[in-house]
Design a protein around this ligand. Structure first.
Ligand code: IDP
Length: 153
């Protein structure tokens, strides 16, 4: 079982809809550890860097407009299989197709304004985390709860 880190964004719609506390609460209650946290504006340059695989796609101009439209909250979360755990919690890209119980399924109906980003694999996490955080902005610490949250394997 890999202890992983994942880059998470609460997108501008989550901030505007005042859902950051709800989303953060779900992540913390699940047992993942917050090791980095900040609010920032995504610039066009940052958007192109983050969404490099999408810049040539037809939906990119609207995605850029959306992601640069207001502040986002960026986090690095850490825990056992944190990347896939977060992807499952997030749900499908399109809120309309996302299962109830997931963040996107519970709070949205949009494919674009889908509240949250999470790295989709270890390579993506390794690429995305340094886009948003300098090494010294990520805090290494122990929590006494760790053994109570995941101790089966
Ligand atoms: P993901 O966020 O579920 O990993 P990706 O396919 O990596 O989905 O797409 C990145 C983001 O681009 C999505 O979260 C969504 O905001 C936006 N997006 C993806 N596909 C479309 C589309 O077909 N129309 C509009 N926006 C899209």
């Amino acid at each position: 079982m890999a202890n992983e880190r994942s880059l998470i964004l609460f997108k501008p719609d989550a901030v505007q809809r005042r859902l950051c506390g709800e989303l953060l609460s779900r992540i913390e209650k699940r047992g993942l550890k917050i090791v980095g946290l900040k609010m920032l504006m995504v610039t066009k340059e940052l958007s192109a860097q983050h969404y490099a695989e999408h810049v040539e796609k037809p939906f990119y101009p609207l995605l850029e407009e959306f992601i640069t439209s207001g502040p986002v909250v960026a986090l690095v979360v850490e825990g056992p299989e944190a990347i896939s755990v977060m992807r499952t919690m997030m749900g499908s890209t399109n809120g309309r197709e996302s299962d109830l119980g997931t963040i996107r399924g519970d709070f949205g109906l949009s494919r674009q304004m889908n509240l949250i980003h999470g790295s989709d694999g270890p390579e993506a996490a390794a690429r995305e985390i340094p886009i948003y955080f300098r090494p010294e902005e990520l805090i290494e610490y122990e929590t006494t709860l760790a053994g109570w949250v995941c101790a089966d394997d």
